[in-house]
Design a protein around this ligand. Sequence first.
Ligand code: AMP
Length: 191
Amino acid sequence: MRLVILGPPGAGKGTQAARLAADLAIPHISTGDLFRRHVKDGTPLGVEAQTYMDAGELVPDRVVNGMVAERLGDDDTAVGFLLDGYPRTLAQAEVLQSELSGRGAPLEAVLRLVVPEDELLRRILTRAAEEGRADDTEEVLRNRLAVYREQTAPLEDFYAERGLLVDVDGTGSVEEISARAHQRLREVTGT
Ligand code: AMP
């Protein structure tokens, strides 16, 4: 199955993506993880990305699109994939659409984790405190939500217009949310 998971910071996207990909036996492709690996390995791509990541800004589309296209070219994606953290801008979504239609393998669904805003802020502040990330001040976290609203939220309409958007209630336990996601996927894909 070829899927994208969308959701603001704090929606539990990474956790749900890892579980769903494992259950569906498809690769979990997280652009954040790919960038962190490049940074750790000190590759030229990592060096370029780090400045943006440290500032909480988006890495330029050109860099991200190239990295994703390369990853999607790997053999393991023949069975499908779950993209997590990509696309994050309309320009990325358009490149992905044309890349996949060129391969004759379009997206089948875009899962959106829906969580109320006050709950999001509560979750990300708790996580920042637990992980001791002193740089994650409330202001920075609010800003990350704002970046999502401005740059990534328009993708919700983009995919809704194409009949791909599938809402999943992102509140409750990790297990409950996964069960709902599977249920919704069964409904829309008929599997
Ligand atoms: P994440 O772990 O998904 O929050 O990603 C960590 C950081 O990597 C983000 O704050 C961005 O700087 C960068 N990043 C990850 N995915 C993308 C993307 N699709 N477009 C631009 N930047 C990205």
